[in-house]
Structure formats: C-alpha cells, structure tokens
Write a protein of this length. Structure first.
Length: 218
C-alpha cells in the first residue's frame, strides 16, 4: 500500500518524517493505522520476521512524543537487542533516547529527561520496584518478543510488568510485537488490544525435508 494513500490518516508531522524514507506501507503497518494506532489503541502485532513490526512501534512512539502525550518505553528480552534498538532510534530520530539495561539496583533517575527509553524486561521490572518518579509520565510501552510471556524464565517478570502497568497507567498505550504466538486471540483479549494478524513476509518461505543430501520441498 502506497504511503501517500494514508496521508489523511497519519498526523502531518509524522507523515513528514516518514515520506523521505518510506514509499509503501507493509500489511501490518497499514492495518495498525486502520486499527487506531494514532487513536492510542492497544495493539498486538503478530506477523512474520522482517514484516515491518518496528515501524509500527515507531508510529506509536512518534505519536506520543510529537504530540506531548508522554514518555515511551521499548522493552526487549536481551541486552544485545536493546543496544541494537538504541542505535536504530538514535540514527533515525532526533528525540532524546536512552539505553537502560545494566544495574538493577538503581532507579536511574537521569532517565526522567529522556523521551524514549530502551530497556530489558528485568531492568524495567527493577525500575518499577524502585518507584522511579518518571514512570507516571509513560504513555506508550512497546513489548518486543511478547510471546516470551510463555517462557519459564522471562515470562513471569514480563507478566508482572504488564499487570502493574495496566493497573497504574490507565491511559497507557500498549503495543505487543511477535512473530510467533500460539494463542494470539487469548493474549489480545488479556491485553485489551486489537489483534493484527498477517502472513506477509519480504521473502517467500519454502518448506522442505532434507534427506541424503537432497531437499524435497512441499
């Protein structure tokens, strides 16, 4: 879908940032716009790898920061992924972005001056427990790899984070991202989120069986 066809549905200042680098919207992206991402709707995006989920997160983040709605938190499972997302947002945007994935015995009060905070679930859990003063200003929370709710080690922490946020931040917009969720409808219901499902991927996936140095596709 051409970006220009969604010009009326995208806030002007956000469209101006997108137009120089994006000409077409992928299915998950225009479905997110139609589902109300700019109206602060909670969304659960369940689409294949490289299908454009990061841009969906960007749209929600830009909408909050550009329109003075509050701070944004981007939660990832691994410190390496946190660093990767930090570098991406620093390169692509001018708003103040911070990386917080280290010491879990600190409230990192310096984060109060940042618009976007990239962090891990364990670190964010610590920030909540230390009652960081800036948490009340959070408007958008992105949870990458949200299917890890089902993970025996990381799942409980992530579930506690979401539960607390839902209780404490009544006006928060939650965006969950995942390539694989076994029960997406149930999860979307628990998150009170609109479910975005799509099978589009940039490179067609072929399935087959490798046996005796030969692959038989089916």
């Amino acid at each position: 879908m051409e970006l220009s066809k969604y010009k009326k549905k995208i806030p002007a200042n956000i469209y101006a940032k997108l137009e120089p680098r994006i000409k077409t919207l992928r299915p998950a992206q225009h479905k997110a716009i139609d589902a109300g991402i700019f109206q602060d709707k909670n969304l659960l995006i369940c689409t294949p790898t490289a299908s454009g989920k990061t841009l969906v997160a960007e749209l929600a983040i830009m909408n909050a920061i550009f329109h003075d709605k509050g701070k944004c938190v981007y939660i990832v499972p691994l410190r390496a992924l946190a660093s990767e997302k930090f570098e991406f947002f620093k390169k692509m945007h001018e708003f103040k972005t911070a990386l917080s994935s280290g010491d879990i015995d600190s409230d990192d009060s310096y984060l109060e001056k940042y618009d976007l905070i990239i962090t891990t679930s364990e670190k964010f859990d610590s920030l909540i427990r230390h009652k960081a003063r800036w948490l009340s200003k959070v408007k958008v929370v992105i949870i990458d790899e949200i299917h890890l709710l089902n993970d025996s080690s990381r799942g409980p922490t992530l579930e506690i984070i979401i539960t607390i946020l839902k209780q404490e931040l009544s006006k928060m917009q939650l965006i969950g991202l995942s390539a694989t969720i076994g029960n997406p409808k149930d999860l979307a219901r628990w998150l009170d989120a609109e479910l975005i499902l799509d099978n589009w991927r940039p490179v067609k996936l072929h399935k087959g069986v490798f046996l005796d140095n030969e692959i038989e596709f089916y």
